[in-house]
Design a binder for this molecule. Structure first.
Ligand code: HEM
Ligand SMILES: *[C@@H]1O[C@H](CO)[C@@H](O)[C@H](O)[C@H]1NC(C)=O
Length: 364
């Protein structure tokens, strides 16, 4: 009797651990590591949907292809969405939640308001995935897949001829969706465009990302590298106005900003008004994924203060990296890919935490 009870509970345990590792394979896989953050053990792995929804990436890519063909800037916007998700409570799709009785949406936060975009594309991907594999693929993973897919597609469509150029990366999956959002977190954790180098390092370290990640990621990379005729990746006047007119409270422009470049920017961005006028993050590079951004920074032609301070901020490591990436594009690509994986690993929800939302805009 007793032994059969033990036996049946053993079966139950075996069953539970079987189902839990199938349904939540990110849970309790003991392959070591400790941190929840960039580079460390995250519990995520690339083949997470191999059996439960093998067509995941194809569905994501087919929606992206159409959206980006229609509006190339969408690639930049989707990349940024993943970044702004991961920096607030981790990569848990908290940024996608709309206002409700229990949720104060992150969409209203300073860095997101009138700025962050791409939600309709995420909705479309989610709807197609729900049709194919109900309640299986998380919104947080959709954001990560869309960021990677955008990078890859942009590289292909923008690079005339040789398509070997841009980075691609093996993307760990298995994130689950949060039941909460953090408006305060969005206001305090996402770096401001007038950040000093110390602000940036502090905010990135808070996420477990180091200075190497900081430089490779803040390449604002779609913006800086893929502008050309397509105007991919832009910033509003309000985000760089301070540099043009009153950098340090003395009514002087930022001395590190190239004179000719800054004169040009003033025509787009007057001292008063025009806050929503936009300028490409990288005005110079042809329409392809490349390292032009880093060259522009060297020349004092980085659009945002937070970009330029990587060079002028007196932190030897970021200065060195800017110089290195300006000359070694391949190294930039490979570091960028690694940094994207690290960023995507920030505090994911796994196991029985969170949920798989049916609609990315609200909790189930
Ligand atoms: C270093 C800290 C960062 C700061 C201070 C920063 C700040 C900004 C600002 C102010 C804009 C313009 C927004 C607007 O005018 O509405 C922008 C655009 C953008 N950022 Fe960043 N960013 C940072 C890091 C990143 C990272 C890590 C990524 C991606 C991995 C990223 C991707 C983008 C993209 C793609 C755009 C263009 C978006 C579009 O055109 O819709 N940024 N960023
Ligand atoms: C950045 O801009 C904000 C809002 O305009 C301002 O309050 C803050 O003082 C600025 N920070 C720096 C370092 O200039």
């Amino acid at each position: 009797m007793a032994s059969s009870k033990v036996f049946s509970s053993l079966i139950t345990m075996a069953f539970l651990s079987f189902t839990s590792s199938l349904a939540f394979p990110g849970y309790n896989f003991g392959w070591g590591g400790t941190g929840h953050f960039g580079g460390g053990y995250s519990g995520l792995y690339p083949k997470f949907y191999q059996f439960s929804c093998p067509q995941t990436d194809d569905i994501v890519m087919s929606v992206l292809e159409r959206a980006i063909a229609k509006e190339p800037r969408m690639a930049a916007s989707l990349l940024r969405l993943h970044f702004h998700d991961c920096f607030v409570q981790g990569c848990d799709a908290s940024i996608l939640l709309d206002d409700s009785t229990t949720i104060a949406s992150e969409k209203k936060a300073g860095p997101n308001r009138n700025s962050i975009r791409g939600f309709e594309v995420i909705d479309e991907i989610k709807a197609k995935l729900e049709e194919a594999c109900p309640q299986t693929v998380s919104c947080a993973d959709i954001l990560a897949l869309a960021a990677r897919g955008s990078t890859v597609l942009l590289t292909k469509t923008s690079w005339s001829g040789d398509q070997s150029g841009g980075p691609n990366w093996e993307l760990p999956l298995g994130r689950r969706d949060s039941k909460t959002a953090s408006l305060n977190g969005a206001n305090s954790n996402i770096p401001a465009p007038n950040s000093t180098i110390q602000n940036l390092i502090t905010l990135f370290n808070r996420q477990g990302l180091n200075q190497v990640d900081l430089v490779a990621l803040s390449g604002e990379f779609i913006g800086q590298v893929c502008v050309g005729g397509h105007t991919i990746g832009v910033a509003r006047c309000v985000t760089f106005k301070q540099r043009l007119y009153n950098q340090n409270g003395n009514n002087q422009p930022d001395a590190t900003l190239d004179r000719t470049y800054s004169n040009g920017l003033r025509t787009v961005c007057p001292k008063t008004g025009g806050d929503n006028n936009i300028s490409p993050l990288d005005f110079a590079s042809p329409v392809r994924f490349d390292n032009t951004y880093f060259k522009l920074i060297l020349w004092g032609k980085g659009l945002l203060n937070s970009d330029e301070v990587l060079m002028t901020g007196n932190v030897a490591q970021t200065v060195e990296l800017v110089k290195t990436y300006a000359t070694d594009e391949g190294l930039f690509f490979s570091q960028f890919a690694k940094s994207m994986v690290n960023m995507g690993n920030i505090s994911p929800l796994t196991g029985f935490n969170g949920e798989i939302r049916k609609n990315c805009r609200r909790n189930n």
